[in-house]
Design a protein around this ligand. Structure first.
Ligand code: ARG
Length: 461
């Protein structure tokens, strides 16, 4: 494709440089946003008397034709074009002649690309938030089914104190709600229109930046023309929000990988969401969750790419910034893929309540409650803690649990122990006694579920 800027040059650009420079293979994805921006720009130019009305009409009709031909596939993108902006403009001029050459008045590709990226990220954030809301709803539904499903809570991956699956799942609900908050916040902060900044220093034409901002549903124009064309903070913010979202999905994935191992057997994945081995017939592998864990590294890499790309470039536009798109689009695509796969995988997994309960019944997760029993009988917590420690050691050496240790052994350690110690350390007692706000008892979880449902309903995704 002939260069727009050929007049300044006495030679054709080297083929390798052409291919190296071209971004259409990845910015072609923004064609709808590019055309939408151009329609708004042409409308404004005409309303401000900068281009003739009938030229603007031709431009807008031409752009709409290009849009529907690209949508239908009747028009293919030229892979040798420099970028989507050049391609659309050249195609427009091909279709409507001289009027097409007026579109780029009072505009530069620098404000144009800054606009297109903001527009597409805004759309993508809206899509991601819909997927996230769906996952949140699945989690709450699962939690509602498992308020009585006792499982061990862990610290250091050692059985610690009893919780329920509902309580465990709700922890992820709160993480994902914060992720949604970060996405909403990113969308809000990026919603300022860079159009009209020109190459870097505005324009001498009497443009109306408020009109284009309004037509494109932005809050207001970006107040500084240099910032308008050199800012990619919104790409960083989005990649950051997505990295943290991925970290949450990855932690959850790691738990699911553990839970479906033979060692745990807390859950079984549906056959549709697991894979087999080419050699070991017994295998059922949690590939989906492993891929999510793996892709998390990739999204964090995208964030690092963006930060590193930006850190050394002076104001205003530099071609380094063309590298923003592949990184931020990849973060978006990977996060969307993960959300789309994770949700139905969770919804279809089978929970093995018996194994969860059996794991909770071993491992002395009622030891804190045993100590608390003595505290209620008047002992200081530190003494109670020490006595219980000796009892646990005795159980381990005799192959017993606190439930099966004879009362005589309890009394030997401390005469304050009575027959009622057994009901005090029963699993259900230990769980349902944890009534503090935010705790795992059925009563506390019911309150938490109410709050979570309210928060999810209030999301405007
Ligand atoms: N393809 C370019 C990008 O993605 C568009 C802006 C080009 N501007 C320039 N002055 N070369 O950043």
């Amino acid at each position: 494709m002939a260069k727009m800027w050929a007049g300044r040059f006495s030679k054709e650009v080297d083929e390798t440089v052409n291919a190296f420079n071209s971004s259409i293979s990845f910015d072609g994805r923004m064609y709808r946003q590019d055309i939408r921006g151009s329609v708004a720009h042409a409308t404004m130019l005409s309303d401000c008397g900068i281009i003739p009305k009938d030229d603007a009409q031709k431009i807008i009709a031409g752009l709409k034709g290009i849009l529907s031909d690209l949508d239908s596939g009747a028009l293919e993108m030229d892979p040798t074009a420099e970028d989507i902006h050049m391609f659309v403009e050249a195609e427009l001029t091909k279709r409507i002649g001289d009027a097409g050459k007026r579109l780029h008045t009072a505009r530069s590709r620098n404000d144009q690309v800054a606009l297109d990226v903001r527009l597409i990220l805004r759309d993508e954030i809206a899509e991601i938030r819909v997927l996230l809301k769906k996952l949140l709803q699945t989690l709450v539904q699962l939690a509602e089914q498992h308020t009585e499903t006792i499982m061990p809570g862990y610290t250091h991956l050692q059985r610690a104190q009893p919780v329920t699956l509902a309580h465990h799942l709700l922890a992820y609900v709160w993480m994902l709600l914060r992720d949604d908050g970060r996405l909403a916040d990113t969308a809000k902060r990026m919603n300022y229109c860079p159009l009209g900044a020109g190459a870097l220093a505005g324009t001498t034409y009497p443009i109306n930046r408020h009109q284009t901002a309004r037509l494109l549903e932005f809050t207001a124009p970006v107040p500084n023309s240099l910032d308008a064309v050199s800012d990619r903070d919104f790409c960083v913010e989005l990649a950051n929000a997505l990295s943290l979202l991925m970290v949450h999905l990855s932690r959850f994935s790691e738990e699911i990988i553990l839970w479906c191992s033979w060692e745990f057997k807390f859950i079984e994945l549906d056959d549709a969401y697991a894979t087999g081995s080419s050699i070991m017939p017994q295998k059922k592998n949690p590939d989906v969750t492993e891929l999510i864990r793996g892709k998390t590294g990739r999204v964090i890499g995208d964030l690092t790419t963006l930060l590193t790309m930006l850190k050394g470039i002076p104001l205003a536009y530099n071609k380094d910034m063309q590298e923003d798109k592949e990184a931020v689009f990849d973060a978006i695509d990977q996060a969307k893929l993960c959300l789309k796969t994770f949700d139905p995988m969770l919804a279809t997994m089978r929970v093995n309540k018996e194994n969860m309960r059996a794991a909770a019944a071993k491992g002395f997760i009622n030891a804190t409650d045993c100590a608390d029993y003595l505290v209620k009988k008047g002992l200081p917590f530190r003494d109670a803690y020490k006595i219980t420690g000796t009892l646990v050691a005795r159980c381990i050496s005799e192959g017993l649990t606190l439930e099966t240790l004879p009362l005589a052994a309890y009394r030997e350690a401390c005469p304050q122990f009575d027959e009622d110690v057994y009901s005090a350390i029963a699993l259900e007692t230990c769980l349902n006694g944890r009534i503090s706000e935010g705790g795992p008892s059925a009563e506390a979880v019911a309150g938490q579920l109410r709050l979570a449902k309210q928060a999810i309903e209030a999301l405007n995704a």
